[in-house]
Design a protein around this ligand. Structure first.
Ligand code: FES
Length: 159
């Protein structure tokens, strides 16, 4: 995970975005791609860049479930909420993983070793239903696979 960015780094990162051009989401994604999450400081920098208020930017952050406001866990599981994955049993995969990890969607373990959050379809639907573990696709999951995967992550026996 990247270190917390300075305000200057954040300003440079979002300098290309302009007010009133629908740039809120692209700016949020750019920050999250680089740092793994969107900090309160980043929200303020984006608001200033887009000539709006932090409250408005925060509203967007709350609306888009794939934008995180805290650093990702060491092992971050993204559960695909896209239609192909859900059609093939993605909800049962999510329930099994959350139950095994004892975490809500969007939650992390107290020691910050693992967490699970909502992800959006990334085009790898042929592997549905799937999760991404630190960005790596693990697909065609059964409920039994999902429980085993979650146990391994929880016990730290999986890289
Ligand atoms: S719906 Fe899950 S990857 Fe496309």
């Amino acid at each position: 995970m990247a270190a917390a960015p300075s305000l200057q780094e954040l300003r440079e990162l979002v300098a290309e975005f302009q007010p009133n051009r629908g740039h809120v989401l692209p700016a949020l994604h750019k920050v999250q791609e680089k740092y793994g999450y969107v900090s309160r400081e980043a929200i303020e920098v984006i608001a200033r860049q887009l000539n709006t208020t932090p409250a408005l930017i925060f509203g967007s952050v709350s609306f888009y479930a794939d934008i995180r406001t805290h650093p990702p866990a060491e092992t971050e599981i993204a559960w695909c909420s896209g239609p192909a994955c859900r059609l093939l049993g993605g909800d049962r995969i999510r329930e099994a993983m959350q139950h095994t990890l004892e975490l809500p969607l969007g939650g992390s373990s107290e020691d910050h070793r693992y967490g699970i959050h909502l992800g959006q379809c990334n085009g790898t639907c042929s592997e549905a239903p799937q999760v991404w573990v630190n960005g790596r696709v693990i697909g065609k999951l059964t409920v039994a696979d999902a429980i085993l995967l979650a146990r391994e992550i929880k016990e730290g026996s999986r890289e």
